[in-house]
Design a protein around this ligand. Structure first.
Ligand SMILES: [Zn+2]
Length: 56
């Protein structure tokens, strides 16, 4: 058993503008790994809006 201690190591951002709606699709994926057992996990954020979200 591991009491995971996750460390952030990478972020990937992408944005896609939709001409028909005038909206942008914002996606951000943060990658983490446990520094003890090296287990990996990712956290995904997604939003469709006109303006850039705070987390982007
Ligand atoms: Zn772990």
């Amino acid at each position: 058993m591991c009491d995971h201690k996750y460390v952030h190591f990478e972020s990937k951002k992408s944005q896609e503008y939709h001409v028909t709606t005038g909206m942008t699709e914002w996606t951000r994926i943060d990658y983490f790994f446990c520094e003890k057992c090296l287990d990996e996990k990712e956290k995904r954020k997604h939003e469709t809006s006109r303006n850039k979200p705070e987390w982007f």
